[in-house]
Design a protein around this ligand. Structure first.
Ligand code: URA
Length: 266
């Protein structure tokens, strides 16, 4: 079975027993992982493996359990940050302004952020040292959905959602939102949720300004199924196995062109 595009097929690093690699990845004890293997629930490079002697090279093998991708490379790190307002999406800044890099400076891995948020935008920013995953998550062809909460002036007329779903011309291209809803109204302010798969600069602020609702606060709450939930501002956490498998599912399966996806609430 071929390995994935862009992945090396050989490596000099040592091979390990499959059950050991699975146990190290948090799938349970070695005994429990052996049972996963003999039950036919484990695939290596697209082929179900049921024998226990199998060795894999963690640097190149693509391992799935029950169809969900498992990270067996202990050197790869996947973090979710709740970026505070005022912090730059950069690993360093020549002018000494606070950056997300400051939060991971003492880690041994060379991490980088996946995409960026404006300095004034808060919320979910993923960090990793997995260049391939980062590349795919930011590549427009994968159209990874991202969800934002924006504070805007109220009232918000129903036509606003319709216009945003139909699309707004930005930089000469029509940008459509996948979903839009008013979450809360408080006096002359409204909180709206907007889902889109475009990664352009200031895209949410520009879209909402174009429909007469300049943003006063913007928070990214979700990227490709990874949610901010109750994570405190300025904190980092490791992605769960399920979250990482979900991201791999989005980038490993042939992409449904973002344009043909059904529009939520249309
Ligand atoms: N859209 C914006 O306007 N700003 C961000 O930071 C992200 C999306």
């Amino acid at each position: 079975m071929p390995s994935e595009p862009g992945r090396a097929t050989t490596s000099n690093s040592a091979t390990v027993r499959l059950q050991k690699a699975l146990a190290a990845a948090g799938l349970g004890s070695r005994r429990a992982c052996e049972e996963l293997i003999t039950a036919g629930r484990v695939e290596v490079d697209g082929v179900v493996v049921t024998e226990l002697g199998r060795r894999v090279d963690p640097a190149v093998a693509v391992v799935r359990v029950d169809g969900a991708r498992v990270n067996i490379r202990p050197d790869l790190v996947y973090l979710a940050l709740n970026k505070p307002r005022g912090m730059l999406s950069a690993m360093s800044d020549a002018r000494g302004r606070p950056t997300v890099g400051d939060l991971v400076a003492d880690r041994p891995q060379r991490l980088f952020h996946i995409g960026r948020l404006d300095a004034d935008t808060e919320g979910l920013l993923l960090l990793t040292n997995d260049g391939e995953l980062a590349h795919r998550l930011t590549h427009p062809s994968f159209g990874i959905p991202k969800t934002y909460l924006a504070e805007i002036p109220a009232p918000v007329r129903p036509e606003v959602g319709k216009r945003l779903r139909r699309g707004i011309s930005l930089d000469g291209r029509n940008v459509e939102v996948d979903a839009f809803r008013v979450v809360q109204r408080d006096g002359d302010r409204a909180m709206v949720e907007i889902v889109l798969h475009e990664g352009r600069k200031h895209v949410v602020r520009r879209l909402l300004a174009a429909v007469g609702h300049p943003v006063t606060r913007l928070v990214r709450t979700e990227v490709g199924g990874v949610r901010l939930a109750g994570q405190r501002s300025g904190t980092l956490r490791e992605l769960t196995r399920e979250e990482l498998a979900g991201l791999h599912h989005l980038i490993d399966t042939p992409a449904v062109p973002a344009k043909s996806r059904p529009k939520i609430g249309a």
